[in-house]
Design a protein around this ligand. Structure first.
Ligand code: TPP
Length: 642
């Protein structure tokens, strides 16, 4: 590495000549390939943005000038150039660098990211703050073509064009989301590219006409008005003129000098926002000649020579996502009213199977979770049965759409929340810990969590056949090896499953916590503790009859959920007991995630930290039962406080 080993901050980069930057980019690219081949990561996305990162840190006086990255998954080169090169091998590893951006990780990460389409709003906010404070720095948002189509980005563009504040948007256009980019905006960007070729052709024709002796000038003028009319139809008129942005581009986003020149030009625009359109290739330089975008947007470890993933010989049960995808197709086969939806995560949610098999009934709406839900609501009004598969964390975007458009109108929409719970390496921006709290508090919706992949199938059928809103949450990763060969069965609404009956304690477990609860009960036998274990199945409606009976017959209830405790399943149980006048009768201990930001890391380790493992549950039961044996100390404590 001729340059990279000496670049410890962007200031070092800025010492170099423009001619050297391409070599810097090559070194950065190789560094990413070497690192990601060992530990995996957002390899393809980051490889596509290497030259953009080099050019931005060269042109802008970072961190004084503010770079705002959208999502941040593609920012590995940015991390390398901003003093984190030697830590890159820890990215997404427990205790290591975040896979996205965090303000507390580096002063160069001006805005935390992980969810898409936020960059232009945040950058505009910074630009307006700068203007108000009479300061002078540049703000540049880097956003991908797919994130640009997200609602928030569009809203920000709308306001930016109106405010006319100085702002630069660098568009990283690779025609890809995780899957190929979808939608009219993506077609519009293609038209811009085509229009550029037309623009050059137009100039060529103009020059040719002008060269006609004698009448060349008037011929050119006549032709000009006709050509301009055609050009207006294809050139990026909407963005430039109507929305108040200036447009620079397009440029080859892998030619650092070109990007540098375009950004320098953008810096000179003083009277409003400007968009620099860079064309890039996702996975540029990835050592696999086969185009396999799904595989290299993000990868596991791979062979740096062939690009092929290292195969593990371990045979694992299918993932929840796979079972979901397969079951969805089965159910769509049976019922023509079912339609499938994903918001830019076809393979991540398993909806890719439905998109292949039922293309006319399956939709990838792009990064547009809010639209997805209201789109479903509209279809449900007309008698279709939409199933929207959205990661729990991304559904947060569509909270009001779920409430106002689906639940309030009691519409028949099924929401399948993949990646519920602690997701692992993606960390705080991606954990799905809030869905119970945000869905439980509003009428009409039913909310379920399967104990395994077999029950996932049953819950899918139950949700789809339920005539109103229904949501189910299930985790990232492999199932438990449950039988999935039988056709799915419809479950009785609000009916929990008693897995074991005992006298000393009742463990009410939700979803992924059921297997550990069963194991905890087995461990407790050795301590002479006889536990009831319940697979709650429903958070809403709760099995009121069963929980009331349990409260009557047990002195301790332990609830377990892989979600935030506040407003969660355990809270629902306590509320029920209070309502039934049983709150004083039984002690309730809730296990779940406490009120704090959960870092990235191994899900098992993180869950254990909150007592959400067989050992943790057993331990809580033991300790609580012990404490219940000891004499009451309350009055002594009060005296001590006095
Ligand atoms: C709100 C939200 N929905 C979905 C995602 C998942 N996601 C992460 S990156 C990505 C694709 C982004 O595509 P683009 O903006 O074009 O950037 P590229 O990866 O192509 O560089 C998606 C859908 C997300 N991060 N946030």
């Amino acid at each position: 590495m001729r340059f990279l080993s000496e670049i410890n901050s962007p200031a070092d980069l800025r010492q170099l000549k423009v001619e050297d930057l391409q070599e810097v980019a090559d070194e950065v690219r190789q560094f990413i390939i070497d690192t990601c081949s060992r530990i995996g990561g957002h390899t393809g996305a980051s490889l596509g943005a290497v030259e953009l990162a080099v050019a931005m840190h060269y042109v802008f006086d970072t961190p004084n000038d503010r770079l705002v990255w959208d999502v941040g998954h593609q920012a590995y080169a940015h991390k390398i150039l901003t003093g984190r090169r030697d830590e890159l091998h820890t990215i997404k590893q427990p205790g290591g660098l975040s896979g996205f951006l965090r303000r507390d990780e580096s002063e160069y990460d001006t805005f935390g990211a992980g969810h898409a389409s936020t960059s232009i709003s945040a950058a505009l906010g910074m630009a307006i703050a700068r203007d108000r404070k009479d300061e002078d720095f540049h703000v540049c948002a880097l956003i991908g073509d797919s994130s640009l189509a997200g609602g928030m980005a569009m809203e920000a563009i709308n306001q930016a064009g109106h405010l006319k504040s100085r702002l630069i948007v660098l568009l990283n256009d690779n025609e890809m989301s995780i899957a190929p980019a979808v939608g009219a905006l993506s077609r519009y960007l293609v038209r811009i590219k085509e229009a550029q070729s037309y623009h050059h052709l137009k100039e060529d024709i103009g020059d040719a006409l002008e060269s006609v002796p004698g009448i060349g000038g008037s011929l050119r003028r006549m032709a000009k008005s006709i050509k301009d009319a055609i050009a207006a139809a294809v050139l990026p008129g909407a963005l430039v003129n109507e929305l108040g942005f200036k447009y620079i581009g397009y440029v080859d986003g892998h030619d650092v000098a070109q990007v540098v020149a375009a950004l320098e030009e953008a810096k000179r625009v003083e009277d409003g926002p400007v968009i620099v359109h860079a064309l890039t290739t996702k996975g540029k330089g990835f050592p696999n000649p086969e185009k396999n975008y799904y595989a290299y947007h993000a990868t596991g470890p791979f062979d740096p020579k062939t690009g092929l993933p290292y195969k593990s010989n371990k045979v694992s049960p299918p993932t929840y996502t796979e079972v979901f995808g397969r079951t969805l197709c089965e159910l769509m086969e049976r019922d023509e009213r079912i339609v499938a939806l994903t918001a830019a995560m076809p393979d991540g949610t398993g909806v890719d199977k439905a998109l292949e098999k039922f293309p006319e009934r399956s939709f990838d709406v792009g990064i547009a979770e809010q639209h997805a839900i209201t789109f479903c609501a509209g279809m449900a009004c007309e008698g279709l049965k939409p199933v929207a598969a959205i990661y729990s964390t991304f559904l947060q975007r569509a909270f009001d759409q779920v409430i106002h458009d689906v639940c309030l109108q009691d519409l028949d929409v099924t929401i399948a929340m993949d990646r519920a719970g602690i997701v692992g390496a993606d960390g705080p921006t991606h954990h799905g810990l809030l869905d119970i709290a945000y869905l439980r508090g509003y009428p009409n919706i039913i909310l379920m969590a399967p104990k395994d992949e077999g029950e996932l199938r049953d819950m899918m059928l139950t949700a789809i056949e339920h005539p109103g809103p229904a949501a189910l949450r299930y985790p990232r990763g492999n199932g438990h090896g449950a039988d999935i060969s039988q056709p799915p069965k419809k479950l009785e609404l609000g009916k929990a499953e008693v897995l074991k009956e005992g006298d000393d304690v009742a463990i009410l477990a939700l979803g992924e916590m059921v297997y550990p609860a069963v194991e905890a009960a087995e461990q407790l036998v050795n301590d002479g503790v006889d536990a009831t274990v319940v697979n709650a199945r429903f958070v809403k409606p709760l099995d009121e009859e069963l929980i009331t009976a349990i409260a009557d017959s047990h002195r301790l209830i332990v609830t377990a959920e892989d979600a935030y405790l506040a407003g969660g399943f355990g809270s629902a149980v306590i509320e029920l007991l209070e309502q039934k006048g049983l709150a004083q009768k039984v002690r309730v201990v809730r296990l779940g995630v406490s009120d704090e930001i959960v870092p990235h890391g191994d899900p098992k380790v993180l869950l254990s930290h909150y007592g959400l493992s067989a050992e943790g549950i057993a331990d809580t039961v033991r300790k609580t039962l012990d404490s219940m044996k000891s004499p009451r100390l309350d009055s002594q404590r009060i005296r001590a406080v006095k």
